[in-house]
Design a protein around this ligand. Structure first.
Ligand SMILES: *[C@@H]1O[C@H](CO)[C@@H](O)[C@H](O)[C@H]1NC(C)=O
Ligand SMILES: *[C@@H]1O[C@H](CO)[C@@H](O)[C@H](O)[C@H]1NC(C)=O
Ligand SMILES: *[C@@H]1O[C@H](CO)[C@@H](O)[C@H](O)[C@H]1NC(C)=O
Length: 274
């Protein structure tokens, strides 16, 4: 199941009618798979549902996850080596999304460090709850997060993005999201000098660090990074104390990121979810 979604180290996914879609272009759902822990669906574990999908899938397949907490020890392919109660402080990836054109609706990803590995490919997360503390959304992905809640439970960095080169596509675009943070938190730190992250019309609490961003080990190349804040609101959105290398893009370039059609694909695959 390499080409579609690889969910390694699935630590904990809590879902209330969470839907995951994947496609390569067809407009109609060809298959609905129901995951239900009580045994009323097609599978009782998420991993077995994912393992049932064909490699190189080119159809819309909807995985409907009935409400429940799906932990790593629920997954058929993994031994349970975690003790309950300590999950939140494990340095483990809760979910790894490495396919192209995957879309998640009303999902919750809960972890501590490295919760969501948005590894590579184009992804759309809508109305999801993503929780963690350290680099909890990270990877090389080219993704739009709309209307999501980013819940930082212990200070740290919301994102750690990287791109292989300056010209390669990629970036995390957060639109109309809400940030919650119990302790002082950075918006992101740079996994490499091509790191690209935008926040647009997102609510930021006072616990966002005034400097906003952390160059990590990219110094002295931090000027190459593309970090943009546009039209955000809330006490933490004041950019007057931000790092000097925060960018402001010309309108056309900004639009290229903010328009999901330009950023994720002119065929509007993310709009075609049935
Ligand atoms: C989707 O389904 C509708 C109605 O069932 C049909 O008219 C349409 O051709 C289908 N589209 C594709 C791309 O299969
Ligand atoms: C899932 O279960 C439903 C109801 O039992 C059945 O109609 C459907 O064909 C099953 N889907 C798959 C992909 O096995
Ligand atoms: C942002 O912070 C600066 C410095 O603290 C302050 O002068 C300015 O009025 C603030 N801007 C807004 C819109 O609150």
């Amino acid at each position: 199941m390499q080409q579609f979604l690889r969910w390694w180290w699935w630590l904990l996914l809590w879902a209330l009618s969470c839907c995951v879609f994947s496609t390569d272009g067809a407009a109609n759902i060809t298959r609905v798979i129901i995951v239900d822990q009580s045994g009323q669906g097609n599978f009782t574990t998420l991993q077995s549902a994912i393992d049932s999908l064909p490699d190189g899938n080119s159809q819309w397949i909807q995985i409907y996850i009935k409400q429940g907490t799906y932990r790593r020890n629920n997954l058929a392919s993994w031994q349970n080596t975690f003790k309950s109660g300590s999950e939140r402080h494990l340095q483990a990836v809760a979910a790894l999304v490495g396919g192209d054109r995957n879309s998640f609706h009303d999902c919750a990803f809960i972890g501590y460090q490295d919760t969501l590995c948005d590894y590579r490919g184009r992804h759309h997360f809508d109305k999801c709850w993503i929780e963690g503390a350290i680099d909890f959304i990270f990877g090389f992905g080219q993704s739009v997060y709309s209307r999501c809640v980013l819940n930082s439970v212990d200070g740290g960095w919301l994102t750690a993005h990287a791109k292989t080169s300056a010209d390669s596509p990629g970036g995390f675009v957060f639109k109309y999201c809400t940030i919650r943070a119990t302790k002082m938190t950075y918006l992101g730190r740079a996994w490499n000098q091509h790191s690209t992250v935008l926040f647009h019309k997102t609510w930021m609490p006072s616990t966002i660090r005034p400097e906003g961003w952390d160059a990590w080990h990219v110094i002295p190349n931090q000027y190459q990074m593309t970090y943009v804040e546009d039209g955000n609101i809330g006490a933490g959105s004041n950019t007057s104390g931000r790092v000097s290398w925060l960018k402001s893009l010309p309108p056309e370039q900004l639009q290229g990121f903010l328009s999901s059609i330009e950023f994720l694909g002119p065929d509007r695959w993310f709009d075609k979810q049935p």
